[in-house]
Design a binder for this molecule. Structure first.
Ligand SMILES: NC(=O)c1ccc[n+]([C@@H]2O[C@H](COP(=O)([O-])OP(=O)(O)OC[C@H]3O[C@@H](n4cnc5c(N)ncnc54)[C@H](O)[C@@H]3O)[C@@H](O)[C@H]2O)c1
Length: 369
């Protein structure tokens, strides 16, 4: 579809991560028409994020009817994604749907069906898929610089204070109102780590997934330290090891090993080091909303179309259906700061070792593994 008029964009979910989308929309000025904003909670009107003339709604159906948007951005909790995205597409809009698009493969199939029935587009908010480092890496693979890709490993070590688990009603929960909730290190903050690894390994489906999940707080029901490993249908072994309890920060390091060389990519910052380079190079990134708008105007391919999230959704389904993670014994933990952060001793190094060597925590020599 070719469109030359100003895109009419509406947002559902104005708080939480929706604040980032509001900022992004306001920064576009007259390039877009911000036709409606919807939240079930009160929407603060601040100097930094003024509501201005944008009509406010408490119900997304009323907003869709009143505003006839071209694009609806959905930044609400995951269990609400399917009904809101369905209604938006049936109302004729394309959707920018926050990750994870949905939480299991049955919902994925339903959403995919609505997308094809309506002929609309779904761009999923895995923003790191807009990285130009991915293209550079693919070029390097095509030119034979890495040989055949054998393994992809990701390590991430961040910290979260206790208040993080009070940020929203679904924080730290396995289930809420009968729905499985996509919180926890793997399902939420490090979802991008898994999606990026799956994409770099060629977007193929995964064979059986080995999963080890731990938690360091009795008050949560999700993992804050976890590792998964699987071999994809193209024979590439993927290992993703992450913690929110690391003493040292590891931003999000991806090791891509081939028969002829190894590359390193920091997926949060788009820094890439190819075989033969001594220093990483900084790459840019295409904003996924820009990409969706250009797709509507010129038919440019979507960088994070719904199909690209299918393998991730299968993985997420397994993570969410797993039991409440094992609680790590106090002797391995340290609590620091006023709004306490829990440090799991050695977790920062463990995620790097797991990612580099393709090992689970239980295969490393760890007192808590
Ligand atoms: N792309 C990223 O890096 C990134 C980062 C953070 C969160 N997210 C994703 O964004 C989504 C929202 O996460 P969050 O942490 O902001 O959640 P949140 O619980 O803070 O909710 C966001 C907003 O949605 C509103 N809301 C809830 N149900 C609604 C409904 N039915 N209709 C209208 N508004 C509703 C809430 O009142 C809240 O203001 C999730 O899918 C999350 O995974 C993505």
């Amino acid at each position: 579809m070719t469109e030359t008029i100003t895109p009419r964009i509406a947002l559902v979910g104005a708080g939480g991560y929706g604040l980032h989308h509001r900022e992004n929309l306001l920064a576009r000025g007259r390039d877009i028409d911000f036709v409606g904003i919807c939240d079930t909670a009160d929407i603060p009107d601040t100097d930094r994020l003024p509501l201005g003339e944008t009509p406010v709604f408490a119900d997304y159906r009323a907003m869709l009817e009143a505003t006839a948007p071209h694009i609806v951005i959905i930044a609400t909790p995951p269990p609400t994604h399917l009904p809101i995205a369905t209604a938006a597409m049936r109302a004729g809009a394309d959707v920018y749907l926050e990750k994870p698009p949905v939480t299991d493969l049955a919902e994925y199939a339903e959403l995919y069906q609505v997308m094809t029935d309506t002929g609309r587009n779904v761009q999923v908010g895995f923003q790191a898929l807009g990285s130009h480092a991915i293209d550079a890496l693919r070029d390097a693979v095509e030119s034979g610089l890495l040989g055949d890709i054998e393994t992809v490993g990701v390590a991430g070590s961040w910290q979260r204070p206790d208040s993080y688990y009070r940020r929203s009603p679904w924080a730290g929960k396995r289930e809420l109102d009968g729905a499985l909730i996509a919180d926890g290190a793997l399902a939420n903050p490090f979802a991008h780590a898994s999606q990026q690894a799956i994409a770099l390994a060629g977007d193929w489906p995964l064979g059986p997934v080995e999963l080890e999940r731990l938690r360091t707080r009795a008050g949560i029901e999700v993992d804050d330290t976890a590792v998964w490993r699987a071999v994809n249908k193209n024979g590439v072994r993927i290992t993703v090891a992450v913690t929110l309890c690391g003493e040292r920060r590891v931003e999000g390091d991806i090791y891509i090993k081939g028969t002829a060389g190894e590359a390193w990519l920091e997926y949060t910052t788009d820094r890439l080091r190819l075989p033969g380079e001594t220093e990483p190079r900084q790459y840019g990134r295409t904003d996924l909303l820009d990409n969706l708008i250009t797709h509507r105007r010129e038919g440019k391919g979507l960088l994070s179309g719904l199909r690209r999230s299918k393998t991730f959704t299968g993985l997420l389904e397994q993570v969410l259906n797993d039991s409440v993670p094992r609680l790590v014994a106090d002797e391995h933990l340290q609590r620091v700061d006023e709004d306490p952060v829990t440090i799991l001793k050695g977790a920062d190094q463990a995620v790097v070792d797991a990612a580099r060597d393709g090992r689970l925590f239980s295969e490393l020599d760890l007192p808590w593994g």
